[in-house]
Design a protein around this ligand. Structure first.
Ligand code: GRF
Length: 197
């Protein structure tokens, strides 16, 4: 049974969902916050199974439903989200959702924005670009979203080194550790209006 007093998180994920998993774990027995639902655009997303394992409703939607109807918006509204977390979600969020939840949608990006953001900059594409540029550090950016890919207000950036011999895969693994550590803490801080992580 849902307890009405908890704050609700709704997750959007397109792929494996290891960040979603961290949120599911972190808030499973949390006294004040719950993961209310996970939405995905991808029928093969392992994130859907992760949600089901935690007995969290997992909802699948099509491109047409997302962009040409208000079906997804209405479904999301049923879960009364206090925060919507894009955790490896690859589609641009439509205006209707942005307007319904102003300042309530955040994204995690596996690089130090504003560099290495924008359309097509996801997954290994990001880490390949960082390694090829010869940067000595990378990291994560957790930010609010707006109408453009990776352009909303920053909430947190955390850094890690890039070693000269790194492959994109090695860098991805290092960055993912930061994502897993900080995403649940940022969500908790925002929802509980804490001053610190
Ligand atoms: C993560 O690097 C996330 O920052 C990015 O996509 C990846 C998704 O990983 N947006 P997962 O699906 O959470 O395992």
């Amino acid at each position: 049974m849902k307890r009405p007093d908890k704050k609700n998180i709704v997750i959007f994920a397109s792929g494996s969902g290891s960040n979603a998993q961290r949120l599911l774990e972190h808030f499973e027995r949390h006294p004040e916050i719950r993961v209310a639902a996970l939405f995905s655009n991808n029928p093969k997303a392992y994130a859907l199974q992760r949600a089901e394992t935690y007995h969290v409703p997992a909802l699948l939607f099509s491109r047409d439903e997302f962009y040409n109807s208000d079906k997804v918006l209405r479904q999301v509204q049923q879960f009364k989200p206090d925060l919507i977390v894009l955790a490896g979600f690859l589609w641009l969020v439509p205006q209707s959702l942005l307007h319904a939840f102003p300042d309530k949608i955040i994204n995690i990006h596996p690089a130090l924005l504003p560099r290495y953001g924008g359309k097509g900059m996801h997954g290994l594409n990001v880490h390949t670009a960082v390694v090829q540029a010869g940067d000595s550090e990378s990291g994560i950016t957790i930010h609010r979203i707006n109408e453009e890919y990776d352009k909303g207000e920053f909430i947190l950036q955390e850094y890690c080194p890039v070693h000269p011999e790194d492959t994109p895969e090695e860098l991805a693994a290092r960055v993912l550790q930061l994502e897993h550590k900080y995403l649940p803490l940022v969500v908790e801080k925002l929802l509980l209006e804490k001053d610190e992580l």
